[in-house]
Ligand binder design. Sequence first.
Ligand code: ZN
Length: 117
Amino acid sequence: MTIWIEGARIDADPGSAKDSLLHEMIHLELLAATSDSDAVHGDRFKARADEIGDALGLLPIGFSPDIEVAARTWPMLQREAARMVRQAKRAADKVADEKKRREREKQKAARRARRNR
Ligand SMILES: [Zn+2]
């Protein structure tokens, strides 16, 4: 997919192209409503982006310590961050499951040892 924004050509995979369009649609929505697209990603942009992001399961713009970058790159950064949080959660769950499994094995071995005394 190719998108032209202010003369710049962006070749992107369909996923990130959709994210770019979504970002620009917020600017257009704000422009249509108030004649100001909030090009600096101010409070109006952030509020609308977080409203949509919440419905999409994305992290809020404020998750990042650099809120300006987080707003400028919305929703790509939030989508990637949400993916990483899910990945970290799965890894933590796996570690917890393994810990439980080892604990059960240890208890089984202890019971066996008591029976064989
Ligand atoms: Zn923007």
